[in-house]
Design a protein around this ligand. Structure first.
Ligand SMILES: [Zn+2]
Length: 447
């Protein structure tokens, strides 16, 4: 319909002239649109292949793109608690192992995955260095880094030092198209017992000027970064009620940055929501509206993983006391109850359900159209008319849009995300090509 007959030739020409390497992390978040219904990715901490698989299973079942991340401790656990970790060697090995595991199995689940590493404080920098070395090695062979993205958290250091470290690392990371997540302001912290309700204090509530300083320093290197700003977030260490979440403060950061930048882009910042466990639906919605592109959940999914196992062990207690002999008779075997594939599986199921809930809170269900054999230069006319389009296309795919009257626009996707597919979204209403061109620097626009 909108693709005229002459555009076939144009498309072929496009294929030849627009190849360019894309970053391995795709920034999501409908940052220039006030519709908060989509665009934020759920990030789940994984500590074992069992946890990772359960998260991928959830993402597949609800057709959601997802972020799998390892913390420093979680990575060490992935490699095994029996390993020494005095030089971060277990955390490095475990992070690399997790990345390879996820890369391998994610293809089978068929969902876009962003591979990320969580908080890295100053004293843990050897862990960060180890992962970067693995990224560089993987890049040399595959043309993409092992991880999509890493977090550097120097929020406990003075601001100037925090930013200076981020700049140094980000310059290196940019060579490999790695996304940086940084933190400024304190998530949680030492304010326990102090009622911070409604208070804009500097430690638990990052100030707009600080955010903009970070933006200015990092944007000079690459647009592929996000900022975890404190708005009263906690990591599950506080008693409820001591610190209040104020996701509405994020709007101030966006407005201040927009004003400094000239105001064309109303939400120039990619923001990250830490300590998402226990948040109300309203808080999540406000955060998403204000440009949060990634939300972390760990505590709630840990508890969910336990739940299924706990329920199984409690309800089958009579079958778990010996290898033979249960309430059905003294000679009855119990193998089908004590096999880890049975009871661990119960934890995977409850974890998976919690992940689905988390993605649903962010509006990420049924988010993907997956085209395993999508051919180059194919026109997907229908998708243009979807009111809420999100697509997952293999690298090299092209998709054509009508942009303006009688004008066809081609966007070519080249490899991205962890297994060669790229996640792309468009919100309801008019297609916003400016957003994509701005934040996904590698996407080519032809008209
Ligand atoms: Zn965090």
């Amino acid at each position: 319909m909108f693709a005229s007959s002459s555009s076939t030739q144009e498309r072929n020409r496009t294929v030849r002239h627009s190849r360019k390497l894309a970053p391995s992390f795709i920034a999501l978040g409908n940052n220039t649109n006030t519709d908060a219904s989509m665009g934020t990715l759920q990030a789940i901490n994984v500590t074992s292949s069992s946890v990772a698989n359960a998260v991928l299973e959830a993402a597949r079942d609800i057709k959601a793109p997802i972020i799998l991340q390892v913390s420093q401790g979680g990575a060490a656990y992935f490699a095994g608690k029996g390993l020494a970790n005095d030089k971060q060697q277990a955390s490095i090995t475990g992070a690399v192992a997790a990345a390879h595991h996820i890369r391998t199995v994610a293809k089978a689940y068929g969902v876009p995955v962003v591979l990320h590493s969580d908080h890295c404080a100053k004293k843990l920098l050897p862990w960060f260095d180890g992962m970067l070395a693995a990224d560089a090695e993987y890049f040399a062979t595959h043309g993409e880094p092992l991880f999509s993205s890493h977090m550097l958290d120097l929020s406990e250091e003075p601001k100037a030092e925090n930013i200076a470290h981020c700049v140094t690392y980000f310059k290196e990371m940019a060579k490999y198209n790695i996304w940086l997540e940084m933190e400024i302001g304190i998530t949680g912290g030492e304010e326990d017992g102090v009622d911070n309700t409604g208070v804009d204090n500097n430690s638990l509530y990052t100030q707009p000027e600080d955010i903009y300083d970070v933006y200015s320093a990092l944007n000079a290197i690459s647009p592929n970064f996000s900022i975890a700003a404190a708005f009263g977030n906690v990591h599950g260490v506080y008693k409820p009620g001591n610190v209040r979440l104020h996701p509405e403060l994020l709007q101030k950061h966006q407005a201040y940055a927009a004003q400094q930048l000239g105001g064309k882009d109303k939400k120039p910042l990619f923001l990250v929501f830490h300590g998402g466990s226990g948040s109300t639906k309203e808080e999540i919605k406000t955060a998403v509206t204000n440009g949060v592109v990634k939300m972390n959940v760990d505590t709630d999914t840990q508890f969910a993983y336990l739940s299924g196992i706990r329920n199984f062990v409690q309800s089958k207690a009579g079958y778990l006391q010996s290898q033979v002999g249960n309430p059905e008779g003294p000679d009855k075997p119990n193998k089908k109850y004590y096999d880890p594939r049975v009871w661990v599986r119960e934890g995977e199921k409850t974890l998976s359900e919690r992940v689905k809930e988390a993605c649903t809170d962010l509006g990420n269900t049924s988010a993907l159209f997956i085209f395993p054999s999508f051919s180059n230069a194919m026109v997907i006319e229908d998708l243009f008319y979807q009111t809420a389009f999100k697509g997952c296309l293999p690298g090299g795919s092209e998709i054509w849009f009508k942009a303006g009257r009688n004008k066809a626009v081609c966007i070519t996707f080249y490899h991205v995300i962890t297994f060669g597919t790229l996640y792309f979204c468009r919100n309801s209403g008019s297609y916003d090509i400016k957003l994509k061109l701005k934040h996904c620097t590698t996407i080519q626009n032809h008209d």
